[in-house]
Ligand binder design. Structure first.
Ligand code: ADP
Length: 415
């Protein structure tokens, strides 16, 4: 109880004490004064007594108001906690004594299929239909979380339980699908890199062993072996270069990078055509069509490497005698500018197109290897496209050819 509460009582008690003191003093004064003062004392006494009695009511009223405002504050606090728990991306279910549902948030419906409307007051073994969860909760050893399937198809949850107090425990489930996918991708990536490096290394060490064992080899065979070794080390070099490019791009994603600069695409396309001619070594007809002088805002080295990848692929996957077009033009429909490489090569099946930008995805592994491919080229192109605000488009038909385009939206252009 606060000092505010006792102050009326204190006031009355002090009043009564004052009356007693004055009454004591009266014995020392005259009779008339005694009568007047006696009357006043009686009145003061009565007033103090009435106030004393009324103070009980005031205090009760004050306490009731205090309780009401405490309750309102408490309810508001609970509402705030509930609101925060409701907004959590994790599923949260509160169980009370008897292991029945007391509360859950909206994510609990999404991941665990639990709703208050349907499951309030129901025991956990009726609420969950996954035996793994029921066993976990029955055992009561919550030291480690468990991995379970989500109600959302194809998603995985990390589920754990926490004992809140003697009568309550909380089940929390977090969607870890992306984390698992990233783990898988990392494992696949390491396995792929190891595999890609192992093949050329096996060839090189095999030939070296043969040479070192002093096996008699005529000059022609030795030359052939050395050429193969050179080819295999070139393949490893390509792979390491592509891996470094990817890693650099990923690092740039995480760090602050240089601001975009003006990229003169017409000039860049002309120089790419020269690279294409050098790569093709006269095996293909390479035409260049530059019909706009639009420049773009971006990172010149990245854009150049992405465009060169597309040109290299066209040369790789177009049989000798084929035709390749390198274009830079404005699309009148939406004002975007397009860099495209069109070939009349082997083409790609529609089912493969969405997977081409995955790391190490190749339609024909041996063909790609034979042509010096690493399976990382289009993954790099996609990454560059995202970083430079453009879009990679792939149109292809098996046996007829392919067109790979980088589309720069109007907002990214400088006339
Ligand atoms: P790679 O180093 O194997 O060329 P990329 O990531 O550059 O790797 O390309 C992935 C796959 O896409 C290639 O292995 C190939 O099967 C296919 N591809 C890419 N460009 C073309 C193209 N112009 N014509 C036909 N297939 C292509």
């Amino acid at each position: 109880m606060s000092t505010k509460n006792i102050s009326p009582r204190l006031f009355c008690i002090l009043g009564l004490v004052a009356v007693a003191v004055i009454a004591g003093l009266l014995f020392l004064t005259t009779t008339l004064e005694k009568t007047l003062i006696g009357t006043c004392v009686t009145l003061i006494f009565l007033v103090c007594y009435i106030i004393y009695k009324m103070s009980d009511g005031w205090i009760n009223q004050y306490e009731a108001e205090q309780m009401r405002s405490d309750q309102t504050r408490f309810t508001a606090r609970i509402d705030r906690y509930r609101l925060s728990l409701s907004a959590l991306p994790e599923a949260v279910v509160l169980f009370r004594q008897g292991h029945t549902v007391e509360w859950c948030n909206p994510a609990a419906e999404k991941y665990l299929g639990i709703t208050l409307a349907k499951h309030l007051g129901m025991a956990f073994n009726l609420v969950f239909d996954n035996p793994k969860i029921i066993e976990y909760l029955e055992k009561g050893d919550f030291s480690l979380p468990i991995e379970v399937k989500s109600k959302e198809p194809g998603r995985v949850l990390m589920l754990s339980a926490v004992v809140a107090d003697k009568t309550h425990f909380i089940v929390v489930a977090r969607d870890i699908t992306e984390q698992r996918r990233n783990d898988e991708m990392r494992k696949d990536f390491v396995a792929n890199v190891s595999h890609e490096l192992r093949t050329p290394l096996t060839v090189i060490t095999g030939f070296l062993d043969m040479i070192l064992r002093g096996k008699e080899l005529d000059e022609k065979t030795l030359h052939e072996h050395l050429l193969l070794m050179q080819q295999e080390s070139g393949r490893m070099q390509n792979l390491v270069n592509d891996l470094l490019s990817l890693s650099r791009l990923e690092n740039k994603d995480e760090q602050e990078t240089d601001p975009p600069e003006v990229v003169n695409m017409a000039k860049l396309v002309a120089s790419l055509a020269e690279d294409g001619v050098a790569l093709s070594q006269g095996r293909h007809t390479i035409d260049t069509n530059i019909t706009t002088d639009e420049a773009v805002m971006g990172h010149v080295d990245e854009i150049r490497s992405a465009c060169l990848n597309l040109v290299t692929n066209a040369v790789r996957y177009t049989p000798d005698g084929g035709k390749i077009e390198i274009n830079w033009f404005e699309n009148p429909d939406d004002g975007s500018a397009v860099f495209s490489v069109k070939d009349n090569g082997i083409g790609i099946d529609a089912d493969d197109i969405p997977r081409l930008t995955e790391r190490f995805y190749r339609v024909d592994k041996s063909r790609s290897r034979e042509k010096g491919g690493t399976g990382l080229g289009l993954a790099i192109v996609k990454h560059v496209a995202i970083r430079n605000n453009c879009r990679l488009d792939i149109q292809s038909e098996p046996g007829k050819g392919s067109t790979f385009s980088l589309i720069f939206p109007k907002e990214n252009l400088l006339a």
